[in-house]
Design a binder for this molecule. Structure first.
Ligand SMILES: [Fe+2]
Length: 432
């Protein structure tokens, strides 16, 4: 395939046309659109949301989204959303080995498995999922009316087709897919594996920078939206398209005779994005101690309570460690926020051996955690020279609400039964 080109900038008023003249000039919904297209509005916010929060995009397409058959339930054994679909579980730290690649023969939708859930679809909260995809979605598209999807590839490149165009992402990138927009995710390498945050709350945005100033962390210009692209096919000739819709915490399916990827031109600030995490400008101490891990926030979904995010997407990328007189790995802690972590590649400094790429951990609200005994001993005795943590990429979905593991996560996923043993050898070293 030819690599798609991109439009740079997060939240910008982008515009793109795949056919010259398809974008109307000076108005959004002319009496007759060029090339016989239909105008359709997709809103990401209430009409009257403040200008800084207002998101909407105009689509100029061959047929509007309303041309679709009736929806019927589509069972899915492992994609669960909302606290009501989680299980009661003791407040222990939980960790999983790499999610299995060999048990799945299916596309991205088939291969979604929720580790942990909170909130309620339509109200707020988030879902932490794994995915494995061994097949393209073909003539199948997913529309998540409950939330946006943040895709974190861990193994294998993905081609993501959306109504606004195509995004190619590899491990080390993320893709952000707006709520309500049709897309499909196809593996370019098989099998493809990764993680997804289904964000049921406010749309992800860049965090405020406060005293950091006007540069740093994830810079807006590094987010890339796709250029307009449509499946060039004659009506009905290529067979029916299955539209899979997430609505109310369950899946529904309908068929339509044409591709939903039929948008010839669009303009607006509600767009899918890809972002190369290696462009994250990491800030850390140059004296002693640690800033809180919020310094590594890439994107935040705020809640109605200032500072208490519905979910923050946080990364632990390659970086220099230079702190003096400091225990450099994360401290031991218990937090009100709940932490779901995954590892894209390499080692995570608090768990050098036990936490594997493709694996996951869950430290719920007020569940104590921190470096394992091996990491503690090593860091306590280390000579504090400048040290580069390299070839590593861990991430966290941090949410204000406790997360409930799902039945899959507790019974079928590679849950470690001995995780808490990693702290067993932490001795009482007190000497009076
Ligand atoms: Fe933590």
């Amino acid at each position: 395939m030819t690599d798609p080109t991109y439009l740079a900038g997060f939240g910008n008023q982008h515009q793109s046309e795949a056919r010259t003249g398809a974008l109307p000039v000076g108005r959004n919904s002319p009496q007759r659109c060029a090339h016989g297209l239909y105008a359709e509005l997709l809103s990401g916010s209430a009409f009257t949301a403040p200008r800084a929060d207002n998101q909407r995009t105009w689509l100029y397409r061959r047929q509007p989204s309303v041309v679709v058959g009736g929806y019927r339930p589509l069972p899915h054994a492992t994609w669960k959303s909302g606290a009501a679909q989680g299980e009661a579980a003791p407040p222990d730290p939980l960790r999983w080995g790499p999610s299995q690649l060999d048990v799945s023969d299916g596309d991205f939708v088939d291969g979604l498995r929720s580790y942990a859930v909170n909130g309620e679809p339509g109200v707020g909260g988030m879902t932490a999922l794994a995915f494995v995809a061994t097949r393209p979605m073909g003539r199948r598209a997913l529309v998540n009316a409950d939330g946006e999807m943040l895709v974190v590839p861990q193994q294998g490149r993905l081609l993501i087709t959306t109504e606004l165009g195509r995004l190619e992402v590899a491990p080390g990138f993320i893709a952000l897919l707006p709520r309500g927009m049709a897309f499909k995710v196809d593996p370019l390498d098989v099998p493809a594996r990764g993680y997804v945050c289904e964000n049921l709350g406010a749309a992800f945005r860049l965090p405020e920078l406060g005293p950091i100033g006007s540069n740093g962390l994830a810079n807006a210009r590094d987010f890339e939206a796709p250029v307009a692209w449509y499946e060039d096919e004659a009506p009905t000739s290529a067979g029916a398209y299955e539209i899979v819709k997430r609505h109310g915490g369950q899946l529904w399916r309908a068929t339509q005779p044409h591709s939903p990827f039929n948008v010839v031109a669009w303009h607006g600030n509600l767009a899918p994005y890809r972002y190369d995490l290696s462009r994250f400008m990491t800030i850390n101490t140059v004296s002693f101690d640690h800033p809180d891990p919020s310094i590594f926030t890439v994107l935040t979904s705020p809640s109605d309570t200032p500072g208490w995010a519905n979910v923050d997407f946080v990364i632990f990328p390659p970086r220099w460690m230079v702190a003096e007189d400091t225990f450099r790995p994360p401290w031991y802690h218990r937090n009100v926020m709940s932490e779901f972590m995954g590892l894209v590649l390499g080692q995570y400094d608090a768990k050098p051996e036990g936490f594997k790429p493709g694996g996951a951990s869950l430290h719920n609200s007020y569940v104590p955690h921190g470096p394992d005994a091996e990491a503690f001993d090593k860091a306590s005795g280390a000579e504090l020279k400048p040290h580069k943590l390299d070839a590593t990429l861990a991430f966290m979905f941090e949410t204000r609400w406790p997360l409930k593991p799902t039945a899959w996560a507790l019974n079928d996923a590679p849950l470690e039964t001995t995780y808490a043993d990693c702290w067993r050898d932490l001795k009482d070293n007190f000497h009076a």
